[in-house]
Design a protein around this ligand. Structure first.
Ligand code: ATP
Length: 324
């Protein structure tokens, strides 16, 4: 393999849901979503290294346990349950020849199980990076754009968005995407908890709360599927306007499972955030701020007052997967 680049790297960006409308559960067990995704500049890095040994078709291209490094590596699986491993296995099914084994490293900075699509972004980056690596190695496109999209959606509802990044409306279970117009740069402070929240558990809790509220004749948990206010705020580029319309239907469920997050919200608001919202299925709290200095103030106050939290100052929109 003379002259072939051995080491391949990509950056995988996190996301925040500016609007997360959750409709009823569908027959396939997924909920119908109407969501506005925006990528943020907190990222993981994926490295693929080509080994000398060549594998027969059908074998996993992943040479062994993943090397997981970085500040948020704790608890992230190193085995086949990691979405990066699954992504590489799925893509390899499309290679018509023997292929090289790969060493895989994931440097984690996105909070794990934090509602910021860290695992999904890693899978998105692994897919696009491996596609490029194989295209160079075999001088052959392994999967068409349609097949890549299909694999991405199968791996998880947030994987297609984290491939493209920017700002997009997500329908279906979040995989049917349309890019959205947005102006300006937004400044955030994200507060991650030491303990993650399981996404399926939060959806289940919302279903239970909706059932209880419907039988009590209270319509407060009805789905908010209209994203017009968010779309208009994004076009205006006015952060104050956007702060007024951030919405997450999963928030009552996440707060019910993690009542301690109310205190985090309170402290962030006292520190000057324009608004605070549960990010995706939580438990990360996203504080939208006037500027980077205010975001830094919120970060330092909240992490000082609330034990076992990690704070990040970030901006949005960020790009999708970047290969370099
Ligand atoms: P989402 O916002 O897409 O629901 P999340 O941000 O809440 O996701 P992830 O960080 O994607 O959560 O992790 C969810 C679970 O997925 C973790 O508990 C972990 O066991 C598993 N997982 C698999 N692959 C990865 C990965 N590459 N990074 C982090 N977690 C992973």
């Amino acid at each position: 393999m003379p002259n072939l680049q051995r080491e391949w790297k990509a950056r995988a960006y996190a996301k925040v849901n500016l609007h997360l409308g959750v409709g009823p559960m569908r027959d396939d067990g997924f909920h119908e979503l109407s969501t506005v995704f925006q990528s943020v500049n907190i990222y993981d890095e994926i490295t693929l290294r080509i080994r000398d040994n060549v594998l027969d078709r059908g074998k996993s291209p992943v040479a062994g346990p993943l090397k997981i490094t970085g500040p948020t590596a704790a608890g992230v699986p190193t085995d086949e349950s990691n979405l990066v491993w699954k992504a590489l296995d799925r893509l390899a099914l499309h290679i018509p020849l023997s292929y090289p084994a790969l060493d895989v490293e994931v440097h984690k900075q996105i909070p794990a199980a934090g509602g910021m699509a860290g695992g999904s972004a890693d899978a998105a980056a692994a897919l696009m990076l491996a596609q490029k690596l194989y295209a160079t190695f075999f001088e052959l496109e392994i999967a068409s754009a349609d097949i890549l999209q299909e694999i991405a959606a199968d791996l998880g509802s947030d994987v297609p968005f984290t491939m493209m990044g920017g700002t997009a409306l997500g329908k279906g279970r979040g995989e049917v995407l349309s890019p959205m117009l947005t102006r300006g740069e937004y400044h955030w402070c994200f507060i991650a908890s030491a303990q993650g929240l399981s996404t399926p558990a939060v959806f289940k809790k919302l279903d239970e709360m909706r059932e209880a509220s419907a039988s009590a004749g209270d319509g407060s948990l009805t789905p908010t599927l209209d994203v017009t206010d968010t779309a208009q705020a994004l076009v205006s580029g006015d952060v104050h306007r956007l702060a007024k319309v951030l919405k997450n239907d999963l928030q009552p469920a996440a707060l019910s499972l993690r009542p301690d997050l109310r205190k985090t919200m309170e402290v962030g608001m006292e520190a000057g955030a324009l608004t605070g919202i549960v990010s995706g299925s939580g438990p990360t709290i996203a504080f939208l701020c006037e500027d980077a200095a205010q975001a830094e103030e919120v970060r330092s106050q909240v992490t000082l007052e609330i034990p076992k939290t990690r704070g990040y100052v970030a901006s949005s929109p960020a790009p999708g997967v970047r290969i370099y």
